[in-house]
Write a protein that binds this ligand. Structure first.
Ligand code: ITT
Length: 198
């Protein structure tokens, strides 16, 4: 797949994962900085898919190149699916990743129902108006304390299915094999292959 795609994200953790996974799938990608664009998109959608498409369309329009966006988040059963689409803003602007997962652990204190899942929607917008979409999900549970230095965001408090480890304890390869993002991008790459061949 010889076309170049701009990755429509400001999140360095996501950017690194998307770059790694997509490069491995033969999709050539560049960052917004490399494409010379700086777009701040208001995430007004109510679903991951809507927000991903808003970001992909905005960056595609600004760069004049196809753009791929990811909208993702952590959905916790005991919090009625929250923080969900608000995962990046949980607790307010002043919190960093650690502040957000510590707040989550605080909200989960004494809670025995710890099931949760990560969701990821990937959207791709082309300058001719065409779009592609894919989704991925990873079921797991919320740990009782943060463990591991790997990954980003809520990774230290998300226990990966069947691993006995948090996402923060996995290597990038191990995480990508089972993660919401790894699954969404694999499904997306398949659709992209069909689209580019067609
Ligand atoms: P962009 O919109 O610029 O891509 P963002 O961080 O604002 O960056 P989202 O609105 O999609 O992106 O928010 C996703 C949040 O969900 C992210 O900030 C993390 O807190 C969390 N998240 C998503 N995927 C994650 C992962 O693989 N591991 C840990 N946390 C993750």
């Amino acid at each position: 797949m010889s076309r170049q795609f701009v990755l429509a994200t400001h999140n360095p953790g996501k950017l690194a994962e998307m770059k790694r996974i997509l490069s491995g799938l033969g999709v050539e990608v560049i960052s917004p900085a490399e494409a010379g664009v700086e777009v701040d998109v208001e995430e007004t959608g109510t679903t991951f898919a809507e927000n991903a498409m808003l970001k992909a369309r905005a960056v595609c329009a600004a760069a004049g190149l196809p753009a791929i966006a990811d909208d993702s988040g952590l959905c916790v059963d005991a919090l009625n699916g929250g923080p969900g689409v608000y995962s990046a803003r949980y607790g307010g602007e002043e919190l960093d990743d650690r502040g957000r997962y510590m707040l989550l652990l605080e909200c989960m204190r004494g809670q025995t129902t710890r099931a949760a899942h990560f969701s990821c929607a990937v959207a791709c917008a082309f300058p001719n108006g065409d779009t592609l979409e894919a989704e991925g999900r990873c079921d797991g549970s919320i740990a009782f304390a943060p463990i591991g230095e790997g990954g980003f965001g809520y990774d230290p408090v998300f226990l990966a299915p069947g691993k006995g480890k948090t996402f923060g304890q996995l290597t990038a390869e191990e995480k990508a094999e089972i993660s919401h993002r790894g699954k969404a991008l694999a499904a997306f790459a398949e659709k992209l292959g069909t689209y580019l061949d067609g």
